[in-house]
Design a protein around this ligand. Structure first.
Ligand code: PLP
Length: 465
């Protein structure tokens, strides 16, 4: 697909790869799926993969690796210390992201754990552009409190503002004035914002945040899980950015921040992996010491040598122009189909998935009846498509009062794995959602029958009510 043919807007585009190996998927009957979802306590996380037809639970660790990545797996240097693959990874991260020092971890939350323990003191405040489940939990476990400083538009699923990941500078300034910069160890900036529906932050906003935080001497820690997708949206939508390469924009984003946590299971196209990256040598020394307690030696941090090699190659592929355009394009394709059928979704369509607005989809269910959880279960029963809840169940309870959090956004996320499904799969998904929408009045609410203490959405069980 050349830029020329796309600009003509008359020609179809196809996935920029051909398929070399296939993994058969299993179709099930409606009767079977009704049994399975009941057994799973109406929680799609508790279904077995063999009972799922099209798996849109998450884009995390579900990417298809390229032939080059698989070739890299054969180059694994599994030495306990000083693996060649670590040095290649370090070089790759320095080249594409520009951070100086790297600590590998088994996935993103491990990097969040280390940075939170090192930087946060009891009573600290960490502002950020909307919470993410694991990020916020690690901040809390370290004694901090997360404060949301995302713009109001992000909480409104119908608002078409293109950069709903932006930070409200007045709100951020007010927080700094209220608590003082000494109680704010860093600002947490995510590219893109997962919980808002995969919404990007603009380069302009990030630069303004940088100026403001520099004034107070507060570092920015970048949750760079989907930085390539965010950079692509900047290229597509931000004034004066269209001519630039995605890789250049990625680098500029990283240069505007002081360190990063990465879940390599998303944009970086691997099934497992992550890292912490920082520019401060003192902080790096502490993180490198801490990683040996929780993850492994500082030259593998929970990854095999072959995993690190696949990750290095995945990072370079993640900023490839054809790849990123098709990746985000496929999500957009599904989003457009659902918009045409007047299904209520979060707008604009995000970069890694389409988010159904469960409050509008199921207006007969109040939020305490867990509409998004119920909708995800109903979609599975209809077609074997597995989605996940991003609403009141994911939001959990207030750690101080134990009260249920009721977020504005009550969503079901149809998350698209990278390079795994074709547009034909997207058609099947859209038809299933349309069918469920036609029969939406029959969907009943849910109540908790088991609720674990941490990250409850993963393991809770429910019954119809
Ligand atoms: C997935 C994710 C994380 C956590 O990473 P894991 O690899 O799942 O531990 C952190 N932040 C964001 C935005 C994510 O999407």
């Amino acid at each position: 697909m050349s830029e020329d043919s796309e600009n003509q807007r008359k020609r179809s585009w196809a996935e920029p790869y051909k398929i070399k190996m296939v993994e058969p998927v299993r179709m099930t009957t409606t009767g079977e799926r009704k049994t399975r979802i009941k057994e799973a306590g109406f929680n799609t996380f508790l279904l077995r993969s063999r009972d799922v037809y099209i798996d849109l639970l998450t884009d995390s660790g579900t990417s298809a690796m390229s032939d080059r990545q698989w070739a890299g797996m054969m180059m694994g240097d599994e030495a306990y210390a000083g693996s060649e693959n670590f040095y290649h990874l370090e070089q790759t991260i320095q080249k594409y992201y520009g951070y100086k020092y790297i600590v590998p971890t088994h996935q993103g939350r491990a990097a969040e754990h280390i940075i939170s323990q090192l930087l946060i003191k009891q009573g600290d405040i960490i502002p950020g552009n909307m919470y993410f489940t694991t990020t916020k939990l690690h901040q809390e476990l370290a004694g901090g409190t997360f404060k949301d400083v995302i713009i109001d538009e992000a909480h409104d699923p119908g608002n078409l503002y293109p950069f709903k990941g932006n930070i409200d500078l007045d709100r951020l300034r007010a927080l700094i004035e209220q608590y003082g910069e000494k109680r704010i160890p860093y600002i947490s900036v995510a590219t893109t914002v997962n919980m808002a529906g995969g919404q990007p932050i603009s380069l302009k906003n990030l630069k303004e945040v940088r100026n403001l935080t520099s004034h107070y001497g507060i570092p920015i820690i970048h949750d760079m899980t989907r930085v390539a997708e965010n950079a692509y949206m900047i290229k597509k939508l931000e004034d004066g950015q269209a001519h630039r390469k995605v890789s250049e924009i990625v680098k500029e984003i990283c240069d505007l921040t002081d360190g990063a946590t990465m879940s390599a299971k998303k944009d970086a196209l691997v099934n497992i992996g992550g890292f912490l990256a920082v520019n401060d040598k003192g902080l790096f020394d502490k993180a490198r010491n801490m990683v040996v307690i929780y993850e492994g030696l500082h030259t593998y941090g929970g990854m095999a040598g072959r995993d690190m090699e696949a990750l290095s190659i995945g990072i370079s592929e993640s900023v490839d122009e054809d790849h990123i355009r098709a990746r985000v394009g496929q999500v957009e394709y599904l989003g457009k189909k659902l918009i045409q059928s007047e299904i209520p979704i979060v707008m604009p369509v995000g970069t890694h998935g389409v988010f159904l607005n469960a409050k509008k989809f199921l207006p007969h269910l109040t939020q305490d009846k867990l509409p998004a959880q119920a909708l995800a279960a109903a979609i599975y029963v209809d077609s074997g498509v597995r989605a996940m809840e991003r609403g009141v169940v994911s939001a959990g309870r207030d750690p101080d009062t134990g009260q249920q959090n009721y977020p504005n956004l009550e969503l079901v996320r149809l998350t698209i794995p990278r390079r795994v499904y074709t547009q034909a799969h997207m058609d099947v998904v859209a038809e299933s959602i349309e069918e469920v929408y036609l029969n939406r009045n029959k969907i009943r609410g849910l109540k908790f029958v088991y609720e674990p203490r941490y990250l409850r959405f993963f393991q809770s069980r429910f019954e119809e009510c």
